[in-house]
Design a protein around this ligand. Sequence first.
Ligand code: GH3
Ligand code: MG
Ligand code: MG
Ligand code: MG
Ligand code: MG
Length: 302
Amino acid sequence: MNVLIAEDSPSDRMLLKLHLEKLGHSVYEVSNGIELVQHFYEHSEEFDILVVDLNMPGKSGIEAVTEIRKHQGSYAANWIPIIFLSGSDAEDDILKCIEAGADAYLSKPIQHKVLLAKLIAVTRLAHMRQELLAANSQLEALSTTDYLTNLPNRRAFEHTLRDEMAKARRHAQMLSVAILDIDHFKQINDTYGHDGGDLILREVSKRLMASQRSGDVFGRVGGEEFGLILPHTNAEEAKIACERYREVLSTEDYHYDGHIIKLTVSVGACKFDNDISQLELIKRADVALYMAKNTGRDKVVI
Ligand code: GH3
Ligand code: MG
Ligand code: MG
Ligand code: MG
Ligand code: MG
């Protein structure tokens, strides 16, 4: 286990570290409550167990642990096992520590087997937390990834767009957005079946990814529609980038079940302006796409 210990007394800290290392754990040390909160927030998921001294200058163990447990919504913080450490055997102190969010209480001087026993108990909790964190990140991946193409789905795409728009505003940077739509895709489905259509969608995603300009973000935002985020890109550069993606997708034939399939795509793009909303930005790209569709397809309109 990776154990973060917070203890202000250097000699107690050293002793505790020796005990823990003897039991095969990796130890990281801080010397007060302020450092504990800060270090834990920055590396929550790297630690499995916290061992916290009750009395420390600046911020006490109880204050620090109360703060950590209040970090609502973070599984990493809510479920980290915490062992309190104190020179006091007072009933009130034991109760206060557990109430603040500790899972075990250990009095100093440390008795090796008592420490071992408490560690065995909280290691069970630590394993449960690890499973919770893993399940949570799996869920996160599932809820943001399009299962057919493995691209970010619409939700993830819009989330990234929101972040990129905020960045562009904050740093006065260029940004463009595009929607790329396969032309007459319905015909492909009608001719080769839904499986043929699916294969095309996967192949289009693959070719997009293979030709991805560094920093560009793609997402599958509709059935046969892909969203493109082009950071640091003005309208002129967006036109060039989108033309390149259009060409990449339409130059080489696609192959399905012995058939040779040709396709083209239309792209509507739009540059970001400081006072534009996300909805409006997408709408403008959509209007441009509509123009591309109505003026012959197989083109980029910006
Ligand atoms: P346009 O050039 O105007 O874009 O014509 P289109 O045929 O591409 O557009 P339309 O919106 O008429 O048809 C899109 C089709 O995409 C209809 C829908 O059944 C199909 N589609 C949507 N999602 C999927 C999918 O996941 N797999 C497959 N195979 N087809 C899909
Ligand atoms: Mg102390
Ligand atoms: Mg289409
Ligand atoms: Mg259509
Ligand atoms: Mg469409």
